[in-house]
Ligand binder design. Sequence first.
Ligand code: ADP
Ligand code: ASP
Ligand code: MG
Length: 463
Amino acid sequence: MKFGGSSMGSADRIRVAAQLTADQQSQRPTAVVVSAMSKVTDLLLDTLRHAENNDPDAVAQNLATLRSRHHATAQNLLPAALLEATLGEIDSILAEFERIAKGMQLLGDRPSRSVDEAIAVGERLSALLLAAYLNNQGTPAAAVNAARVIVTDAVFGNATPLLDLTRKKAAEHLAPLLAAQVVPILTGFNGATADGKPTTLGRGGSDFSASIVAYALDAAELWIWTDVDGIMSADPRLVHNAKVLAEVTYAEAAELAYNGAKVLHPRTLAPLVEKKIPVWSKNSFNTAAPGTYIAPSLTSPGQGARAVTSMANVAMVSLEPASAEVTGTRIMARALDALAMVGAEVLTFSSSSYRQSFCFLIRQDELPLVLQALRETLALEIEHGYLRPIEVDDNVGLIAVVGEGMRGSAGLAGRIFTAVSREQVNIIAIAQGSSELTINLVVPRHGVEKAVKAIHAECRMGD
Ligand code: ADP
Ligand code: ASP
Ligand code: MG
């Protein structure tokens, strides 16, 4: 089971998480992955930025906030006899963080390696609190730093797990706890390289941690506890009548996550596919709700488009040959090579055969790196005038309409485009994967919300 930041956000929420853990542990061996308490990771990152900018007052103020929030939670959860030791552990974890922050202050720099080493302390603190509370309640539990279990590559800030090595570590560190009926409470979000350098799996990465652990332990099921009743037909903050989907396929859930549905980290499903480990997305604030069941296939066939999601922090890059001496395909090949070199992900891609032009969408924060790589890789073409100036539109948003039942559903795309046009929202680009599971639209940023609502209504997703 994985508990997200809001499900760990206060002493009361930790009591609920502990109860849910104890209930399951009494029925079968259970392992738990936790996020940092809500907003803590943001606060840690903010502290490191202040350190880099040499603002010791702001650093001290943030540290005091972190300390008092975790101390207050411990004081609320634990009896006096246990409290002192736990407060001491909180302080020693925060001292490690402070040491790294001070290093950044001296350097005037914030290397991603050190950021990764520092920010997993949020999860270490929450794991400590839940484990201490469970022990006190009579459910044996042990906080485990996932840096000892999840082995990753060395891409700091966005590491990829090495599953075989992780499996071995899980057998070594987690299996004995499970066998002794002790619940491992693992930190989400972090791991370490094979030679022990701390890494993180990207923001929101605790879902991914949980699926990695589920894989490594051959779990029967993975339950992801969050603050909504499950995977919904749209972001409930955007569409008031979004409804909870009783079941979705791995492919649908992954499409939604990759296209901006925050409820799951995009890479969560990948480790589960091979072993077909099903996932429940559940609400720790409403434990009576059944949640969403995520599995390889649906028990009853899905009808048409089932969910719509959007992403605002994206940028569209367009390229077009300026001369017949070079083909669009050649430019495309070089451009994709440049993207691969900097590890940028293409969110959608669209091309025209007549003008040989093409455009693709990337995350906005990757734009500077991508433009630099394109200019370097295509330097010759640019110099010889074979390429028109690279165009960038960073005032766009991506919308994805998702549903297994969309395959071969004639007329659906037309209805979607008409619904969007009716809102006076211009469609800049369209892409549909060969799986026919998703239709992607690129629209001006100001039209994203209107378009999402219009598509949700047109496809009757809330009914
Ligand atoms: P956690 O901290 O538990 O990981 P997150 O905040 O990362 O929780 O994700 C849950 C949030 O995702 C919900 O509160 C909701 O606002 C948002 N969300 C966006 N799209 C969807 C969707 N399609 N279904 C459900 N929730 C969504
Ligand atoms: N605490 C981390 C974050 O805020 C990981 C997570 O919550 O999933 O990004
Ligand atoms: Mg999350």
